[in-house]
Design a protein around this ligand. Sequence first.
Ligand code: ADP
Ligand code: GLC
Length: 471
Amino acid sequence: MTPYAKTGGLADVAGALPRFLAKLGHEVKVFMPFYREVRQKGVPLLKAADRLTFDWTGHEESFSVWESAEGGDSTYFIDKPAFYDREHLYETPAGDYPDNGLRFAFFSKASLEALKALNFAPDVLHVHDWQAAIALAYLKYVYAGSPFFKDTKSLCTIHNLAFQGLFDKNVLQAIGLPERLFNIEDLEFHGKVNFLKAGILYASAVSTVSYRYSQEIQTPEFGSGLDGLLRNRSDVLTGILNGVDYSAWNPATDAFLAANYTPSDLSGKAACKKDLLETFGLPPSRSDMPVIGMVSRLTEQKGLAILCESLGNLFPLGVKLVILGTGEEKIRQTLETAKRRYPSFFSLKMAFDDPLAHKIYAGSDLFLIPSRYEPCGLTQMYSLKYGTIPVVRATGGLDDSIQEFSPAEGQGNGFKFEDYSPPALLEAVQTALKVYAQKRSWNALVQNAMACDFSWERSAQEYILLYQNII
Ligand code: ADP
Ligand code: GLC
């Protein structure tokens, strides 16, 4: 959750949605683990509850709760150093932490206990992804008779169905849930216990982060083995597109940029492009050739396979490419090889670097997102605000937020391709280059992009309607 700890878009969403709900008059409390990253940031915190104890598989365990001291931001941190005071959040470069089942079950149960200690009985408990979804199993089976939660309804939001939280059968006993839940009507999934399944099965309603993804996950291709269950729950399954927090993502005010700019005065964007190329050690661009940017986890999901295969045909077109990302070693090696081969066209930074990400959104002309699947995607929405035109694969939230530009009508905000293949990707880039060469059309496209409004107010309103329906 931004600004406390971040690995990707979930952090942006978890940081923004509660603030916008609060602005619209709702009382929101957010819980996250007290990760080392939060500790190290030195954010001002107050102790909200000291040494709370609860029954954890037949013996008492204790934890403390910290509260953000920033006014109006009701974020609570579950403090249990043995579980959360670690170098990484979920996984190390060598793989997932082996006790993730215990860590996030503890987090989920401790959050429910913290609600009791704070005497805050929510109308809706909104859980995000598998790390919190298991809370709904506790609500149903451990707190079933609790008068405190008797009116509490729930929403489970799926940000990425590929991550389900799968653990050995014996985890149920280790986290204090009935072992009879190990059956396919409940939490069993191909011989494992599936935490996300608790969210999908027991929530009052289920949502995903775009309409198209809510449809895609009901098919075997995108369903990650849960499509049947999701089809069974289709009556309560919806999609709400994420929003953008324009106080953090706005070229007119962004403090990370070499120069600020607005739709009516784009001169600062040229300065950002120059600064970007210098930062990435690339020679200045001929003004008639665009720079393509990418900020991405370097994983299969993000379409790196078709991108890597396209590189040899991409650079002869004259474009430059800059990539900021972290992820799989094999992908890194392929990209490093390409960097050595095309030193004046391609540069790469393997890091998680938010200021540099801002420079890429601003300094690029095109922004490439060739994802194999994309539940929502935020980077295309950030690019639009910075007048940087997305070239995306038509899947999930990318398809919902990008409309193909038509030079004849002057309508649209980007370029899309359907096939998950290198030729389709290259064709979309070539289409973009043709428009880039016609300055009139290009300027119209940039204006369309910058005028797009994906502000959180709209998405937050949709969540409020959904909460009200649930209640
Ligand atoms: P996902 O959550 O699947 O990674 P999103 O598009 O929803 O994809 O969100 C990605 C978020 O993470 C954006 O805020 C993007 O700027 C940020 N991001 C991704 N990789 C990096 C990186 N290497 N450095 C800085 N920010 C990054
Ligand atoms: C996940 C998805 C991404 C989405 C983000 C926030 O990380 O991969 O598409 O934008 O969650 O909902």
